[in-house]
Design a binder for this molecule. Structure first.
Ligand code: G3P
Length: 217
């Protein structure tokens, strides 16, 4: 499963990139707002660092303006994935931008039928929002399972990009189901390393190193 980082904070991306943990980046208007940066500047800076797809979202709601914005965003770098919302206008923009040869990430997906439409419109990525489905008392992971089944039934190549990932369990469940990509905030990715038995075991080893005076260098 590929790891995308869901942030527009350049330093946080750079830190994980150095560890080889960044297969791509996703941003959205809320993340751009949080970063306090200009969308074009920060997106270019991220694209210069990261080789994989970098999602940048359009701001318009009508297809023609989405297409113009998408073409401008795609002009920033080869690895831009233009992000469009899952509306009819977004799907129309998806079709045109995909036909242009650009990567397109169709976002705000909350049903497998929506994911089916996005695949038929030529989306490179579909972004189902797991955490936001959990937030309303439903099971976001069921949606990942359903989309996996539907796409596999018909051989769609659109990649399932599990988004709105909030916990380590979300990451594991996505990997079990076979999501192609998961995008998570840096804090969630960093927390994947944590395990109390690792901490406990290391404390014992360190005590024994100290007691025995073990030295390597
Ligand atoms: O990639 C979409 C993601 O940023 C949404 O996450 O936590 O705002 O639901 P969240």
């Amino acid at each position: 499963m590929k790891f995308f980082v869901d942030t527009a904070e350049f330093d946080a991306i750079a830190e994980l990139h150095e560890l080889g943990m960044v297969d791509g980046v996703t941003t959205n208007p809320s993340l751009i707002k949080k970063s306090g940066r200009d969308i074009l500047d920060v997106t270019k800076q991220i694209c210069d660092l990261v080789d994989g797809p970098v999602s940048a979202e359009v701001t318009a709601t009508d297809a023609d303006t989405m297409i113009s914005e998408g073409r401008k965003l795609a002009g920033i770098a080869e690895n831009i994935a233009v992000k469009v919302p899952l509306t009819w206008d977004g799907l129309k923009a998806c079709k045109v931008l995909s036909d242009d040869g650009h990567m397109v990430n169709v976002t705000l997906c909350f049903s497998a039928n929506q994911a089916l439409l996005a695949a038929k419109a030529g989306a490179t990525f579909i972004s189902p929002f797991i955490g936001r489905i959990d937030d309303i008392g439903l099971d976001g992971m069921e949606l990942i399972e359903d989309i996996r089944t539907v796409y596999d039934n018909y051989g769609f190549e659109t990649q399932i990009l599990a988004a709105s990932i909030r916990s380590v369990n979300h990451v594991l469940d996505c990997a079990r189901i076979g999501a192609d990509v998961m995008t998570a905030p840096p804090a969630v990715i960093k927390s994947l390393v944590n395990h109390p038995l690792t901490d406990k075991g290391l404390a014992t080893f360190l005590a024994d190193i100290d007691a025995a005076g073990i030295k390597i260098l």
